[in-house]
Design a protein around this ligand. Structure first.
Ligand SMILES: [Mn+2]
Length: 374
């Protein structure tokens, strides 16, 4: 059996006013061509089809077209919601997409509830993203078990769903972040230990982290990465794209990263104000989108002149203040929820209700930020 494994499309992504949807749609067109040419049997989409709860009609249209064209090719698909997806909307669309041969899951289900499906003779588990509190509540239903962690809940549900193929949207401990993911959902509270992956799985098709990488050998688990470079924080050279996975009747899967690259490059140029004139032609020629980080910053009028001269310039920042710069590659972003809990503890105020309220507000802010395309 030959799988095409993809994730993190982020249709509807708007980066500083630029709609990236056409670049992502081009990637999807090319993937369809690959499905045909490589005689793919099954397409696997491991979450984050969309960038936020409300996306443009155009973005939604591209997703629907993708599955309808797969149907024309006679190729079924398995789809789970990621943390960015409008999961209720995906659930609502599921019966319609089922007509196109795509099985779509917006929320996690245990095996006995339909969390495991059979497609072309292959058993596959579908584990969409769900927030920590919702998952813990779903898995540990007894009130005295509510202190359990996301990792424990994931271990329990993964064991329940154990199947030859597993789709999941979460960060495995030790993964190298791509830089453009939502930091809170990569934090320690959301890290799943590799030992939680059922050994009997033959291939674990992950989504969530935008840098392509293999994260486990037993069982074999990969992130395909995003289709395009979504954010300046994601390295221009970082691996990304899609994976072609051969799953033989027996023996280990063979995973082939596709060499195709999509979308425009995003590059940050760091320079001193006096270097600007000398490097202007280099900036003009750059074929992608630019961000300038200038030592000491620039006056509003110089900035304005630059934006006029360089239509592909998306941001001018003063050195040292860009928040993303603080996140060194590979560093584990701190969990605000954890930090607040530590603070309360240090203050001698272990008030669970207060902490819960904080997490709730944090989540609201988070959703708001996603809605703004952050
Ligand atoms: Mn994502």
């Amino acid at each position: 059996m030959r799988l095409l494994h993809t994730a993190d499309w982020h249709l509807g992504k708007v980066l500083k006013g630029i709609d990236r949807t056409p670049e992502i749609a081009q990637a999807l067109q090319d993937l369809l061509e690959l499905v045909r040419k490589e005689r793919v049997d099954l397409v696997v989409v491991s979450g984050d089809l969309f960038d936020r709860p409300q996306v443009s009609a155009e973005a939604e249209g591209h997703a629907l077209e993708f599955f309808l064209r797969l149907r024309e090719l006679g190729v079924p698909a398995l789809v789970i919601a990621g943390n960015h997806d409008p999961k209720e909307r995906l659930e609502a669309m599921a019966p319609l997409l089922a007509l196109a041969g795509a099985v779509v899951r917006g929320r996690p289900l245990f095996r006995e509830e339909g969390g495991v499906v059979r497609v072309k003779g292959l058993e596959a588990a579908l584990l969409p993203f769900v927030s920590e509190r919702v998952l813990v509540k779903q898995v540990f239903q007894e009130a005295e078990e509510r202190h359990r962690t996301y990792a424990e809940a994931m271990r329990r549900i993964l064991a329940n769903l154990e199947s030859p193929l597993i789709l999941g949207h979460f960060a495995l401990e030790g993964v190298r972040p791509g830089g453009g993911e939502f930091a809170f959902h990569l934090s320690e509270a959301y890290a799943v230990p590799p030992s939680a992956l059922p050994l009997k799985a033959r291939y674990v098709a992950l989504g969530h982290v935008h840098r392509q990488q293999q994260v486990s050998e037993a069982p074999v688990a990969w992130y395909p990465g995003s289709l395009v470079q979504l954010d300046f924080g994601e390295g221009e050279e970082a691996e990304r794209g899609a994976l072609l996975v051969e799953l033989p009747q027996e023996g280990p899967p063979r995973v082939h990263p596709l060499k195709e690259r999509w979308g425009k490059p995003l590059r940050t140029f760091r320079l001193r104000p006096e270097e600007l004139d000398g490097r202007l032609s280099e900036l003009e020629r750059f074929p992608g989108y630019l961000r300038l980080v200038v030592e000491g910053g620039l006056s509003p009028s110089v900035k304005e002149g630059l934006y006029r001269a360089l239509p592909h310039l998306l941001a001018v920042e003063a050195a040292g203040v860009a928040p993303r710069e603080a996140q060194e590659e590979g560093a584990v972003p701190p969990s605000l929820a954890e930090a607040y809990r530590d603070y309360l503890r240090a203050e001698g105020r272990e008030e669970e209700a207060l902490w819960e309220r904080f997490v709730q507000v944090l989540r609201e802010v988070e959703l708001e930020a996603l809605a703004l395309g952050a």
